[in-house]
Design a protein around this ligand. Structure first.
Ligand code: SAM
Length: 259
């Protein structure tokens, strides 16, 4: 039974890290006219209300995007999406990754989004209704395996598990290696939490030891959202990292380091 709900964590510093780099990559990839595919294994509900009781209860967004919004100039792709979503849904609205992708992609691009939780999948469908995205209410790893290589072949896959199932850490290197062999041009981005117990370490060593092409690992650290909270940082492992991503990541390093 899944209990994780992203509404409690939307807009926290891990989301800022992941969403800023995701927006940057999609903006870069859409500079060429050629169509692309956007796949996501763990989509969530795509649109969050940071004024909701759940978001206010944890206070993670207030220490996240609300505190660091000025890191992003108006022409940064993440800022452009935040502004558009606030304009359409009000100042407390926050876009999840599927909405960020939909805002940056074009009519010639295709989106495939997996979400296993029935309530979240329903909300995702409602939030993405006007975008042409296909919502798959199924296991995201199964969706990715069945679609890879997607049509169009150029594209990006975001894997953003909640790591509720501890075997995710041990399964992911194999899953990503297999996807890369089927879809060697695909950009594959895996998000992972940096926890006080270092749970991600063995997974990262296995990922980095597979000899996948053009990889970039980027990690930032931040103060825990509340006393005793185990998440102290955020990581993104990218296969076929787009040119220039390292420079944008280095810009974020400095900002997070000053927190
Ligand atoms: N990617 C989203 C974002 O950045 O806005 C957040 C996603 S949240 C971290 C993880 C989501 O994955 C949850 O909504 C959860 O219900 C869903 N989920 C958990 N296991 C799944 C699975 N095996 N396949 C698809 N979705 C899953």
């Amino acid at each position: 039974m899944l209990s994780y709900q992203h509404i409690y964590h939307a807009g926290n510093l891990a989301d800022v890290h992941k969403h800023a780099l995701l927006a940057w990559m999609l903006d870069y990839m859409t500079r060429k006219d050629k169509p692309l595919s956007y796949l996501e294994t763990h989509a969530g509900r795509a649109l969050y209300d940071l004024g909701s009781a759940e978001a206010v209860k944890t206070g993670e967004a207030s220490k996240g995007i609300a505190a660091v919004r000025d890191w992003f100039d108006a022409d940064h792709p993440y800022a452009r999406v935040l502004d558009r979503v606030a304009g359409a849904h009000g100042p407390q609205a926050y876009p999840g990754s599927p909405r960020i992708a939909a805002e940056l992609l074009r009519v010639q691009d295709r989106l495939h989004l997996a979400e296993l939780h029935p309530q979240e999948a329903e909300a995702l469908r409602a939030a993405m209704r006007s975008t042409g995205a296909r919502v798959h209410a199924q296991d995201g790893f199964e969706m990715a395996q069945s679609l890879a290589p997607p049509d169009p072949r150029r594209g990006l896959l975001l894997i953003d598990p909640s790591y509720e199932i501890k075997s995710d850490y041990t399964r992911l290197p194999g899953i990503i290696g297999k996807l890369h062999r089927k879809w060697n041009v695909g950009v594959i981005a895996l998000w992972y939490p940096i926890l006080t117990d270092g749970s991600h370490g063995a997974m990262l060593r296995a990922l980095e030891g597979q000899g996948l092409s053009g990889t970039l690992t980027h990690e930032v650290r931040f103060p825990p959202a509340r006393e005793g909270h185990r998440m102290i940082g955020s990581g993104l492992f990218v296969v076929n990292a787009p040119f220039g991503l390292a420079a944008e990541a280095a810009r974020l390093d400095q900002l997070f380091a000053a927190l």
